[in-house]
Ligand binder design. Structure first.
Ligand code: GLN
Length: 475
């Protein structure tokens, strides 16, 4: 069910908001037992809100297109009065004291928040298997992972538990699960959307963005959540385009680059085949396609995992059982209290990240790892700046493989890290990236195309995605 269609049903009084929201909860209760997209539901509040929206519709009030639209929210985004656990034991009983800016903005448009979705603990992972509260399954095929870290949000949209969802993307956590679950997912430009109220992972990389069933729905959500916010100093004060209105603009003549580094070793044949089909289709739309090079791509994973873990180790210092987080009872010294609270509260991957991040920041290693990674990050960013002088957009696969099986990679962190190979560079460069589902391969496993654009060119990314989606017959 798309936002567009549901809003129309409300407007024509074919269904009330209460009926619709009740229907979504019934579906979740019937089916989420086997998928586990949600960590908590917000039913009483959502129904109260639905009733009041119905009353306002009956009184003839002209409401936003988002009024009464059910959304799912990743459980690292604060929504006042709901738990925000980050899928970590250490925050198991933490209740958000305030709304994130994205929630405030969607609330003003009367969107309905159904519940909070599962993720890898603190968003560390690519499969949602690192959640302290159980794995989410891929609705397309339950033996497979939904991707991560926003696996719960992607699965919620794919399973029709909500019209759209919010996730966060530090190294691919919106685009990769969108690809694995066969939905649209957009990571906006760094600075486009406020992160106030998002639990920080790596502050120089984190962005919040939408998941949706169609490109148009993603554009509708982005329009509402984007824009300046004095509460996030990285949020940029430039006007927000009317994304949905710009979707059907012309694409013929656009110059599109295919980076050779993304089409070589490691790319699975099945995925390559699907992406080739879409590229042929893009040519028919009049796009001018050519090969380009992003020469520092090979360093992107190493750079990302140095910088992301360094920033994470600093950001997670606040979870100490004193300022934030569950406190271990019975500790006798300060040191014991920190050690035991953190040992008990954090899972394996979180500990690994804190240890790696602390290591690369420690004196003696800082120059060799952290400082060097910062320099190479600049080179990665310059690769994109140079490329966008030649082309308007870049197309790549979102992930080198279709979804993998539950349990297949979780024991091998390096294999897991390598699954982010096509997504981390956009975060390092701060540019927008969108996953467009382009069909399935064996075992009903979805494949996604990644569309990358220059900073603050979301409308161009969305416009091409919308045209390709139509061409693919997906909307
Ligand atoms: N999979 C990447 C990681 O594990 C990205 C996660 C994210 O974007 N939050 O760090």
């Amino acid at each position: 069910m798309t936002i567009k269609k549901l809003a129309e049903l409300y407007r024509n009084k074919k269904i009330s908001v209460v009926e619709s929201i009740t229907g979504f909860y019934n579906r979740i209760k019937e089916k989420d037992g086997s998928i586990h997209a949600f960590l908590s539901l917000n039913e009483a509040e959502a129904l109260r809100q639905a009733k009041s929206i119905d009353r306002r519709i009956a009184e003839g009030e002209d409401l936003s297109i988002l009024a009464g639209i059910p959304l799912a929210i990743k459980d690292n985004i604060c929504q006042e009065g709901t738990k925000t656990t980050c899928a970590s034991r250490i925050l198991e009983s933490f209740t958000s004291p305030y709304d994130a800016t994205v929630i405030t903005r969607l609330r003003e448009k009367d969107a309905v928040f159904l519940g909070k979705t599962n993720l890898d603990e603190f968003a560390f992972g690519s499969s949602t298997e690192n959640s302290a509260f159980g794995t989410t399954r891929n609705p397309a095929n339950p033996d497979y992972v939904p991707g991560g870290s926003s696996g719960g949000s992607a699965a919620a949209v794919a399973a029709d538990f909500a019209c759209a969802a919010l996730g966060s993307d530090t190294g691919g956590s919106i685009r990769q699960p969108a690809s694995f679950c066969g939905v649209v997912g957009l990571k906006p430009t760094y600075g486009r959307v406020s992160r106030y109220g998002l639990v920080a992972f790596a502050s120089s990389l984190d962005q919040i963005g939408p998941f949706a069933g169609t490109v148009e729905d993603a554009a509708i959500i982005l329009k509402e959540i984007a824009g300046f916010d004095p509460a996030d100093s990285t949020c940029v004060e430039i006007p927000v385009p009317d994304y949905p209105a710009l979707l059907s603009g012309p694409v013929s003549g656009l110059k599109v680059g295919l980076p050779r580094e993304y089409f070589g070793e490691g790319l699975e044949n099945d995925v390559a085949g699907k992406i080739d089909e879409v590229i042929k289709m893009a040519e028919k739309l009049g796009l001018k396609i050519r090969e380009i090079s992003l020469p520092h791509t090979t360093y992107a994973i190493a750079v990302y995992y140095i910088l992301a873990t360094a920033e994470a180790s600093a950001n997670l210092a606040r979870f100490d059982g004193v300022r934030y987080g569950r406190r271990k009872a019975g500790a006798r010294t300060m040191r014991q209290l920190y050690e035991e609270s953190r040992d008990e509260g954090f899972g394996r991957e979180t500990k690994r990240r804190i240890i790696l991040g602390t290591f690369v920041l420690s004196s003696g290693y800082y120059e060799a790892y952290y400082r060097k990674a910062q320099k190479v990050r600049t080179l990665v960013r310059r690769d994109f700046e140079a490329a966008f002088k030649e082309v308007d957009l870049i197309l790549t696969p979102t992930s080198p493989t279709p979804p993998f099986k539950i349990g297949e990679k979780v024991i091998d962190p390096l294999q897991m890290y390598l699954s982010d190979i096509f997504t981390v560079s956009a975060n390092l460069a701060g540019i927008p990236g969108l996953n467009l589902p382009v069909g399935c391969v064996r075992d009903n496993l979805p494949v996604g195309l990644q569309i990358l654009g220059p900073a603050f060119a979301e409308e161009r990314v969305l416009c091409l995605a919308h045209h390709l989606e139509k061409e693919l017959g997906l909307s």
